[in-house]
Ligand binder design. Structure first.
Ligand SMILES: Nc1nc2c(ncn2[C@@H]2O[C@H](COP(=O)(O)OP(=O)(O)OP(=O)(O)O)[C@@H](O)[C@H]2O)c(=O)[nH]1
Ligand SMILES: [Mg+2]
Length: 731
């Protein structure tokens, strides 16, 4: 510092040597030089610039450049300070606690601002404002940007919540010691194309009458039944629906089973769902027995069925393969014993065994909410004993088993491997297809459910984040391109252009953004069981006519239609589709009052038909053309009408009739020369409305047209034709 001062002083001394006060200055500098080594602070005070060039006469001050520099610096400094004091009184900035992966809503809340404020702060950034909704997760840099842009400062939240949680999940046990295994009955799933006789076969085996009571004559649920054969063996049968809509139920049946009985009607042969069932069996690596059914029918051709199966690599024994094929009549009960024997024989080969001890493991094949019992599952026990009072977890639900019911509704206290029972006691409804595991305590069950919920949430966030990052990357690229196109502009002009472009986006609020121009249909779907809701959702997932009409499933669930469903449908101006569910009088009245269509069905394809009709009804009609007559121009006339000369075509009607109230088109060769209305249509001298085939007429038109002989005149009407949705769900 002292060296610097020395240089400064020397420089100043040079500057001042030319002036009148030179001698005074040199003595001062000498004194200063001595002080440099003594006390720099004192020196700097002593040599404060105004003193350095203190002039006897005021003009000296002006001639001393260095002095002027210092003076102006001082004034500027003062002004700046004054300005700062005036404009920016020192205030404590609001502190915002931020953390990674904050959503827009969370950030707005942390800042004590609203959603729009965050959007506004992101204006003029590459963030795609259109894609942001309150639940969108923001990148760290944008979180910081929003905070600083708002004149606030951020502070990172304590890291405790990002600390990794220990995995508290539960899993299937490792395979048991073979010595602890005991034989178990087989679980057999009956599969095949719709109406080929699966339920009838099961009815005959159980001496029940389920098939005759089914809505629409088709099975729409997966059912589980224990059958005791005349030979004494017990088999758990799963009955699956054959209708195309229930593919997932069939897959579930295939995954829960040891053997598949593939029912093929001998009068119908291998059909779509026969093939699909074969694929399910293959995927699940489950052996098959073919039941060639309806052999009592005159048109039955069992040989053809077996040959058709060859095309799908199902080789029956008589063709040298290992698949047993039994010819039966489920309706008449013919040969069912042979089918049962074949099943038992195959089960023996499979050496089906399970452990009776240890914690229970099973599979949910269906779930629903019963008015009295609450959430209920149909469960296949796979290992251990399922007992009243035991604690189970399945997916993100847990249960303390209150009751177990067999398929006849009888209470049982326990169920061993291969049994199918209804379990009551679930806290929430688990989904069909989920694995059930027994745990030692309620505390442990809660722990597992908590962990699974947490893990699912993490996965959801991760997925969302990567989608957002991908979107933002695309948006950033677009933004950079946009920016690059504006390089010829000054930064101010550039900002203005970008601001204007973003402003338009910003002022369309999310709520407004959801409004569409074209037709749309919002749906609320309710079903009796998890599997049927899933089946309907699978169908709506196949919807591929969004270009014609947007289809949105805004809510779905299990159970009767509630007031909430109606309110939601009203909010979205949507329709409610219920499958095998009811709606109380109160709910029906509310729906009628709010104008919400309630569409309740018990047969899946009727529900889908109505959905297709509703979608079609949303489409604007197509304008169709119906040609009613055709004439040829034979000659041309000019007719004077007052001062005007009007060209008139003399024509002969070749087909149908000409009707002057309809539309006309003039065709020359391949081209349409004119299209419009007639001004006059005359038969001889009379004005007429229509002229029929074979008659001659004169006509003039509303356009500036020059007719020539040989032109063709077409008379047509425009009709509104209802449009039909192009969506084909396949049945
Ligand atoms: N003649 C004759 N008719 C049969 C036989 N088995 C079933 N049917 C008839 O075929 C129709 C369909 O039978 P279901 O048992 O409901 O068929 P399904 O395979 O269960 O049908 P989905 O469950 O809807 O796939 C019914 O009218 C039965 O009476 C049979 O062996 N002979
Ligand atoms: Mg059936």
């Amino acid at each position: 510092m002292s060296a610097l001062l020395q240089d400064d002083l020397i420089e100043q001394s040079h500057l001042c040597q030319d002036t009148a006060g030179m001698n005074v200055m040199s003595s001062m500098i000498r004194g200063a030089r001595r002080l440099v080594h003594a006390d720099p602070v004192l020196l700097s005070r002593f040599l404060s610039p105004p003193l350095l060039c203190r002039a006897q006469n005021p003009t000296l001050l002006l001639t001393c450049q260095h002095n002027r520099k210092y003076a102006s610096k001082q004034v500027k400094g003062q002004n700046k300070e004054q300005r700062n004091l005036k404009v920016k009184p020192k205030v404590d900035k609001q502190e915002v606690e931020i953390r990674q992966r904050m959503t827009v809503a969370e950030l707005a809340q942390a800042m004590n601002k609203d959603f729009d404020h965050v959007l506004e702060a992101l204006l003029n950034t590459p963030v795609d404002l259109d894609s942001l909704d309150p639940d969108s997760v923001l990148e760290e840099k944008w979180i910081k940007k929003v905070v600083t842009q708002s004149g606030m400062k951020f502070r990172w939240a304590k890291l405790s919540q990002t600390r990794e949680r220990p995995n508290r999940d539960t899993h299937r046990r490792p395979p048991a010691d073979p010595s602890s295994l005991v034989p178990r009955p087989p679980v057999v799933t009956i599969m095949g194309h719709v109406d080929h006789g699966k339920t009838t076969l099961l009815d005959s085996l159980r001496r029940s009458q389920i098939a005759s009571t089914e809505a629409g004559g088709i099975t729409q649920h997966i059912g589980a039944f224990l059958v005791q054969l005349p030979t004494g063996e017990r088999i758990t049968f799963l009955d699956t629906p054959g209708h195309a809509a229930f593919s997932t139920m069939r897959a579930r049946g295939a995954n829960a089973t040891d053997i598949i009985i593939l029912v093929v009607a001998a009068d119908d042969g291998v059909m779509n769902q026969t093939v699909e069932s074969i694929q399910h069996a293959r995927r699940a690596k489950v052996p098959m027995i073919v039941a060639v059914n309806k052999c009592d029918k005159p048109k039955a051709d069992p040989q053809r069925v077996k040959q058709e199966l060859l095309a799908h690599d199902v080789v029956c024994e008589e063709f040298g393969g290992d698949v047993q094929a039994i010819h039966i009549s489920a309706l008449k009960g013919d040969n069912l014993l042979a089918l049962a024997e074949a099943t038992v024989a195959l089960a023996e080969v499979l050496e089906l065994k399970a452990e009776l001890s240890g914690s229970m493991e099973g599979l949910i094949i269906e779930s629903w909410t019963d008015k009295g019992k609450g959430p209920v599952t149909t469960t296949i026990v796979q290992r251990g004993m399922l007992k009243q009072g035991c604690i189970l977890v399945a997916g993100k639900s847990w249960a303390k088993v209150r009751f177990l019911f067999d398929e006849n509704g009888q209470v049982v206290t326990e169920a061993g491997p291969s049994s199918a029972v209804q379990v009551v006691g679930w806290k929430d409804l688990p989904s069909a297809g989920e694995v059930i595991l027994e745990v030692e305590s309620e505390r442990r069950a809660r722990e597992v459910v908590d962990w699974r919920t947490y893990e699912e949430e993490q996965q959801r966030l991760q997925k969302e984040q990567s989608i957002i990052e991908h979107k933002q990357k695309l948006h950033q690229e677009e933004y950079m391109k946009e920016k690059a196109e504006l390089t010829h502009l000054s930064w101010r002009q550039r900002q203005l252009v970008l601001y204007r472009a973003n402003k338009a986006k910003f002022f369309t609020r999310p709520s407004e953004r959801t409004q569409r121009d074209g037709p749309s249909l919002s749906l609320i779907i309710k079903g009796d069981v998890d599997g049927s809701v899933e089946a309907i959702l699978n169908i709506t997932d196949s919807y591929d006519a969004q270009h014609q009409c947007e289809l949105d499933v805004v809510h779905f669930g299990i159970g009767d239609i509630s007031e909430n469903d109606v309110n939601m449908a009203e909010t979205f101006a949507g329709s409610i589709y219920g499958f095998n569910v009811g709606a109380s009088n109160k709910v029906q009245k509310l729906a009628a009052k709010s104008g919400v269509p309630l569409r309740l069905h018990t047969v899946i394809y009727k529900l889908v038909e109505q959905l297709k009709d509703e979608l079609s009804s949303k489409l604007p009609p197509l304008l169709m053309e119906n040609v009613v007559g055709e004439a040829t121009v034979l000659a041309l006339f000019d007719v004077s009408m007052g001062k005007k000369v009007v060209p008139v075509a003399g024509c002969r009607v070749q087909n149908g009739q000409l009707d002057r109230r309809l539309k006309f088109r003039l065709i020359r060769g391949q081209d349409t020369v004119w299209e419009g209305s007639l001004v006059a249509l005359k038969h001889f001298k009379d004005d007429v409305v229509t002229v029929k085939t074979g008659m001659d007429c004169g006509l003039s038109v509303d356009g500036d047209v020059t007719f020539s002989p040989g032109d063709v005149i077409i008379c047509f009407e425009e009709l509104d034709s209802p449009q039909v949705t192009s969506w084909d769900p396949g049945f």
